[in-house]
Design a protein around this ligand. Structure first.
Ligand code: ADQ
Length: 469
């Protein structure tokens, strides 16, 4: 029997579901997050399939349906998880694409596995795409896939979206696979980036590194020797704003927010940090600023509290074990110096929470502190703006993609601890009169530019891209 084909195929490293145990048996549960919500509505409209890794090494489970989406698992062996995912994706690409906050490592074995897995994704997509279908590829783990897919299926429209920054050419050049990565992406018709600066970095890399390949760049379009054209532009991602605002307004979430504040002794100022425990997120810099403010007496632990949620992430990699140790040591020291019995200065939570609890935290916090050293976008900043009322404040790093959109935030350079301290103090001390217009302007921005708008714009740009000669 011929395989069923689809008009829209989404490819991402992970499927939008996790395998969890429920009542003694193993079931699939939809992973949280705006991307899944956004793609779900697009996919239901267009009868789409999603291909990705299930999260478990070994044989791939059979295709299945979940929430109206056709899910097609791609198998990864344990070695491929080590070499393609932990190695090339997170040991080579992730540091280079985030300003080399930690040094990048390169291994030829990793590069070979990356090629192999990207080729497999392309083969699965080629088998599932209907004639003339649209294939939407996601993120830095799949940069070789567009070229492989174009070779197999010249008839399909291929788009790729980069969730993380695209580095300046001086850093990108360090990658031994640099030409292959660019050629891989040029298999697509349209490339979406978080910021204009990211698209510009990509175009500059093509101009500088592929000149000998008869590749020419005009405006935001790259033309290959065979005439195929690829357009690169900014399409900033967002959140399901209406859903977050609605959830935050429910009695259950409002009551829980009040309870959180009560449990902390009703502090005058409640600060909040929410990040994946990643060295790019600037958690150490944030803690250092707050520790100094407490030590100098500019903040008092009796009336100012910080909740830091640090979601477990990539725990098998040494750099992630290191950042966890550093953060936990610092939290321990701050509490040792400033906590009172039953009243920690920093409440540190190293686990995942349901959406309702996250919303309650956003509602409860007077000041949201988002201080990445480099971040593609940062959805947490947008979630806070959507969830909190007018009497809130967002401290936001200039190095988060969100800073180009949320201009009314209290912007800071997290490397500059002295100024970051001043910015945090300003946000804490701001009057309701100063805060309200900033919060309203930012909320309007995320209402107008929500994740549904993002997905529609990406697909429209992909459909309109020049593509084949
Ligand atoms: P991430 O680096 O994962 O994403 P981010 O944009 O902050 O970062 O998104 C994290 C999401 O996870 C948010 O929706 C947040 O609410 C949720 N979350 C965090 N901690 C949680 C916890 N403990 N429990 C439950 N939920 C939690 C990458 C890029 C970003 C880019 C996104 C989307 O690194 O720059 O914004 O993709 O493109």
């Amino acid at each position: 029997m011929p395989q069923e084909t689809f008009d829209l195929v989404v490819a991402a490293n992970r499927l939008p579901v996790d395998r969890v145990r429920e009542g003694g048996r193993s079931v699939w549960r939809r992973s949280p997050g705006g991307l899944v919500t956004a793609m779900e509505s697009v996919m239901n409209d267009r009868d789409g399939a999603w291909i990705g890794w299930s999260g478990v090494a070994g044989k791939a489970p059979a295709p299945f349906e979940q929430d109206g989406m056709h899910l097609h698992p791609v198998a990864l062996s344990a070695e491929e998880v080590r070499d393609y995912y932990e190695g090339f994706s997170n040991g080579s690409l992730w540091p280079i694409y985030h300003d080399v906050i930690v040094p990048a490592s390169f291994k030829r074995r990793w590069q070979a596995a990356y090629e192999q897995v990207n080729r497999r994704f392309a083969e699965v997509a080629a088998g599932l795409a209907a004639p003339g279908a649209t294939v939407w590829v996601h993120d830095y783990q799949l940069q070789r896939m567009p070229q492989f897919l174009r070779e197999l299926r010249p008839d399909v429209r291929i788009g790729w979206f980069n969730h993380i920054p695209f580095p300046p050419v001086e850093l990108f050049m360090q990658l031994p696979a640099r030409d292959a990565l660019l050629q891989g992406l040029l298999g697509a018709d349209f490339l979406g980036f978080q910021r204009r600066a990211d698209a510009q970095n990509f175009l500059r890399a093509c101009r500088q590194l592929l000149a000998d390949e008869q590749v020419s760049v005009r405006g935001d379009v790259v033309r290959m020797a065979n005439g195929h054209e690829t357009r690169a532009a900014a399409v900033p991602i967002s959140i399901d704003t209406a859903a977050m605002t609605e959830l935050a307004a429910t009695t259950a979430v409002q009551d829980r927010a009040a309870e959180i504040r009560r449990q902390l002794g009703n502090p005058t100022h409640l600060l909040l940090g929410v990040d994946r425990l990643d060295y790019t997120k600037g958690i150490r810099h944030r803690l250092k600023a707050i520790e100094e403010l407490l030590r100098e007496g500019q903040l008092a632990a009796t009336d100012t509290k910080l909740i830091q949620v640090a979601t477990p992430s990539r725990e098998r990699l040494a750099a992630y074990q290191q950042i966890r140790d550093d953060v936990e040591l610092t939290v321990g020291r701050i509490n040792g110096d400033h906590a009172h019995i039953g009243a920690p200065a920093v409440t540190y939570l190293h686990r995942s929470f349901p959406r309702e609890e996250m919303a309650a935290l956003f509602v409860a916090a007077d000041v949201m502190v988002v201080t990445p050293l480099r971040d593609g976008m940062n959805l947490v900043a947008k979630e806070y703006v959507a969830a909190h009322d007018d009497d809130g404040a967002l401290v936001l790093s200039e190095f988060a993609g969100a800073a180009t959109e949320l201009k009314q935030a209290y912007l800071c350079n997290p490397h500059d601890i002295a100024r970051t301290k001043q910015t945090i103090l300003r946000a804490i001390e701001a009057t309701a009169f100063e805060r309200a217009p900033r919060m309203r302007a930012m909320r309007r921005q995320v209402q107008r530019h929500d994740v549904q708008h993002w997905a529609a714009r990406f697909l429209a740009d992909l459909a309109a891209a020049p593509g084949q000669p």
